[in-house]
Ligand binder design. Structure first.
Ligand code: NAD
Ligand code: UD1
Length: 343
């Protein structure tokens, strides 16, 4: 029996793969490499000393995915595969709906066909839209402000309907807050394509000299220093929450939702200052207008995950900053190999 990890070549999926292998699970990874690099698979093998099957397969290719289900005996699926860039989802919404929703429908259909009814799904705090207050708990009203967020909301609804139709499913909807950091070895980490949209990869690229300065989007929010506040969570803590969710599903039928956050909000300036101090690296920045669609403050109430799963985030902001910087300095070009030009 093994765990199918969709999107396992990506940022969070590759860290989950390491944690699963370290804990003794067998895994199979399926990824179309649309936003990742095969090198991450090599690194997962190197870090764990374990072998596992990898399929370069698109979840939209139902026949190929069916063959993978026929060739393996899965006990559960961790479903990370999806497109995640908010701006891009506004520009090409159909691609986002097709990829994320059709991909998930194909996956669940084949899971049902092959009687694999245990699923851990990557949802997002984006499903809380513009929350009225903080900390945010799982009962808060749901809404979305962009096509990416709507794919997460729709998939959550689809999975709830699936459970209503067949109560033998066991599903965990994990709503991530802001994952940052990297494996402490510096061998795997976040590998954004082009200009990073998210804060931490932008900071590390400024720190290493790839970008001149960080634009801080807004310093007139109603927060302690005027900049946006988020619940940054170390990716290793985040993936440990997935293993706890898997154990929970072994014992419980049904569909349950969990916030995965630390419960503490830090501002953009807090993050810049922590990064600069712990890594002795100044981050040039300038204040610019707010980014459309951004909210002022977002942090989790993670009590449910603590009570029900026995999980809580342990790593602090300094560790997140240290590990993000180690990943960036050890891999200035991410997983892309340096091309040596001889003159
Ligand atoms: P990522 O882009 O690094 O990983 C996603 C992986 O899925 C990539 O390797 C990509 O190639 C693969 N993929 C995409 N579409 C596919 C398809 N149709 N078939 C097969 N593979 C496909 O992203 P990540 O940061 O690791 O995020 C993982 C999941 O967590 C995503 O579903 C994302 O929406 C969700 N999430 C991420 C964050 C975050 O801040 N990183 C926050 C909340 C939720
Ligand atoms: C963004 C997405 C959200 C997604 C999450 C994880 C938007 C509106 N929201 O959340 O849907 O789930 O990423 O992928 O895009 N910031 C800067 N300068 C930068 C980048 C960010 O000041 O160059 C600020 C932002 O304004 C925000 C904070 O840093 O206050 C965090 O931003 P980011 O990392 O993009 O995450 P979210 O906006 O929380």
């Amino acid at each position: 029996m093994s765990i199918l990890v969709t999107g396992g070549a990506g940022y969070i999926g590759s860290h989950a793969a390491v944690e699963l292998l370290k804990t003794g699970y067998d895994i199979v990874i399926v990824d179309n490499l649309s936003n990742s690099n095969f090198e991450s698979i090599n690194r997962v093998k190197e870090l764990t000393g374990k072998e596992f099957p990898f399929y370069k397969c698109d979840l939209l290719d139902r026949d190929e995915l069916n063959t993978i289900f026929e060739n393996h005996n899965f006990e559960a699926v961790m479903h990370f595969a999806g497109l995640k860039a908010v701006g891009e989802s506004v520009e090409i919404p159909l691609m986002y709906y097709h990829n994320n929703i059709t991909g998930t429908i194909n996956l669940c259909d084949l899971m049902a066909k092959h009687d694999v009814k245990k699923l851990v799904f990557s949802s997002s705090a984006t499903v809380y839209g513009h929350p009225d207050s903080v900390p945010i708990d799982e009962s808060f009203p749901l809404s979305a402000t962009n096509p990416y967020g709507r794919t997460k909301l729709m998939i959550e609804d689809i999975l709830r309907d699936l459970y209503i139709s067949d109560s033998t499913w066991r599903i965990a909807l994990l709503r991530y807050f802001n994952p940052i950091g990297a494996h402490e070895s510096g061998r795997i980490g976040e590998n954004p394509n082009g200009i990073p949209n998210n804060l931490m990869p932008y900071i590390t690229q400024v720190a290493i000299g790839k970008r001149e300065k960080l634009s801080v989007f807004g310093n007139d929010y109603e927060t302690h220093d005027g900049t946006g506040v988020r619940d940054f969570i170390h990716v290793i803590d985040l993936v440990k929450g997935h293993l706890k969710a898997l154990k929970f599903l072994d014992k419980n039928k049904g569909i349950e939702t969990f916030n995965l956050g630390t419960g503490t909000g830090y501002s953009v300036m807090d993050l810049i200052n922590a990064f600069s101090t712990i890594n002795s690296k100044a981050i040039p920045y300038q204040f610019v207008d707010r980014r459309p669609g951004d909210i002022a403050i977002c942090y989790a109430n993670p009590t449910k995950a603590e009570k029900v799963l026995g999980w809580r985030a342990e790593k602090d902001l300094n560790e997140m900053c240290k590990d993000s910087w180690k990943w960036q300095t050890d891999n200035p070009n991410g997983y892309e190999q340096k091309v040596l030009v001889q003159s």
